[in-house]
Design a protein around this ligand. Sequence first.
Ligand SMILES: [Zn+2]
Length: 406
Amino acid sequence: MENVLNGGRGAAVDATGSEFRLDPATGRWALIAEGRGSRPTNLEPSGDKVANATVDGPDSFCPFCPGSESMTPRVCLIGARLTTGKTLFREAESDAEVDGLRWNVRVFENKYPMFRPADVVGSAADEQPSAAFEDDGAAALEAGALFQTATGLGKHEVIVDCDRHARGWSDFSDAEIESAFLAFRWRLRALRDSGKYAYSFIFKNVGSDAGASQGHSHCQLTATNFLPPDVRVEVERLIRYERGRKARGDELGFWDALLNAELADGSRIVAETERFVALCPFASRFPMEVAIWQKFDGFFEDAADAAVSELARLSRDLVAALERARRRFDADATSELAHNVVFRNAPSRLDGSLAEGAGLFRPRWLILPSLAKKAGYEQGSGVDVNPISPETAAERLRAVWNDPEI
Ligand SMILES: [Zn+2]
């Protein structure tokens, strides 16, 4: 789900009715967000054709192209490319600061946010993580609470990551993809350093099958009081591994041990750069799923420019490889590859019980082609059925990676 278009600059952010609700039996969260059902789109319901914008160049119908700035809400961050090739980023307190600036990246508030904006809460206490988020309501359930809800607080922003009407990253130049990733780091760092949010991450929807409502390349960022249970569980598992590692006297921590084992095996590796490894994960949930792991400890927000640039180019090239692999290996493919990119970030604000594991976490990027729909078994069991093994997926991707003619 996504919604990005605003009817007019300066309009009040729609903060009506989105609510986390907890299933008392399963402990699973749902976000009820009725306001997001009426979002405008310029993509046709199926396929990825842009309904009312040209493929290249500014178009008055595209709210994300240069010249349409008045159609989007207030800018939070703008990136302007200098003649030196570098991008200058500026946090913006008002539109007046950035009006008329030639930009190559724009970050602004979503017109239809999934969460109640933290800056209208007005109380630091309200911005604390909900107690229910910390234990999936288990303590309150024990006290008899059957209908638990929590307000999602925080930011939901749109990142227009290219000033051209490009469809996705595979069309980006080196300078464009590097500017995009530098903007991600800049914005995530500012949100983390604000100390107001439990979890921030970036995601990208490309194509209507992947949930996109606009044809112009863009990402979204959420920074909220909601810590996804998956992330909490991951930290808990890292702590367990670390405890066992110390008991066994093993030298390598979880990520280095896993990376070494994958590199030694090689069957799931797609590409390797100085600082990163791209691979199809051992237990891939989706066909042709690709993950980018870093070889070093540390968080994306603190990564050096050179590492961000390397990651950016690798991400772009992997999306391009996935598109080429689809054309090469899927004779029935009739439309451009729809896909999501998801940044699996470390929790940015931790209570004491989780702090122990924070340093064990390594952020990573996931590229998830939209090639399979959830069917009955997946819905009933919670386990995804993947019709393409990661070993086959990696073999196909290596074939196109190593042969530019494909
Ligand atoms: Zn556009």
